[in-house]
Ligand binder design. Structure first.
Ligand SMILES: [Ca+2]
Ligand SMILES: [Ca+2]
Ligand SMILES: [Ca+2]
Length: 222
């Protein structure tokens, strides 16, 4: 019988490089293995694990903020530059055998043009002035499961605005500078003050990819 050793603990995380494949060995109920990695710039990553339907994955930034929480051994996510701690454990009620998850953390190739994250420097975002100069709709796409798109909205005149969109499976939200998020359903009106907001688009369903089109119009309140 092979005696499996716990490879890491909270005080001794294992450094990994993006692109590495490694075995996570969950010896017993409640076991967790710890890994660290760094990325130099905003990056979309894919974590794939074999035989890991029973896994849990948590990724924390250097301040200890949880950035990713995922199950079932597969997740695509975006992180800004920084140092990260990844904790992999099991998600079963009573683990009665050793689980070995063969795990790869790699860059996910995508043409996603809109960050999934709020609070990055403004130059990361597509920026639109509201009211629009034209009535052309803006195109976007949710490129992969879990994609979210943040788009910067610069409101230059306060007033009442209407959002219009075409999509089958996306939901739209308005996010203010404090991160307060308001669902914005097509044809609904919101009163906006001059300032910077974000439009956030995410999946309403489990669909993998979705195209969407939107515009924001200023309306006069009678
Ligand atoms: Ca272990
Ligand atoms: Ca996208
Ligand atoms: Ca995105």
């Amino acid at each position: 019988m092979t005696l499996l050793q716990d490879l890491s603990n909270e005080d001794n995380p294992i450094p990994i490089n993006i692109g590495d494949t490694f075995d996570v060995i969950i010896e017993k109920d409640g076991d967790e293995d710890f890994y660290t990695f760094s990325i130099p710039e905003l990056t979309t990553l894919e974590l794939s694990m074999l035989n890991a339907h029973s896994s849990s994955i948590m990724i924390y930034d250097a301040e200890g903020k949880e950035m990713v929480l995922a199950y079932y051994g597969h997740v695509i996510f975006q992180l800004p530059a920084g140092d990260y701690l990844m904790v992999i454990g099991e998600d079963t009620s009573e683990l009665d055998r050793v689980e070995i998850y063969t795990t790869t953390l790699r860059i996910y190739e995508t043409i996603d043009q809109d960050p999934n994250l709020f609070g990055l420097p403004v130059e990361y975002y597509r920026q639109f002035n509201v009211p629009f100069a034209t009535h052309d709709m803006i195109l976007g796409n949710l490129e992969y499961e879990g994609d979210k798109d943040y788009i910067l909205i610069n409101v230059t005149e306060s007033g009442t605005y209407l959002l219009g969109y075409f999509t089958d499976y996306c939901s739209f939200y308005l996010v203010n500078q404090e991160g307060v998020t308001t669902r914005w359903v097509s044809n609904d009106r919101l009163v906006l003050e001059v300032g910077i907001y974000y439009l956030m688009v995410n999946h309403r369903s489990n669909s993998v990819t979705d195209d969407y089109q939107w515009l924001i119009m200023k309306v006069s309140e009678e």
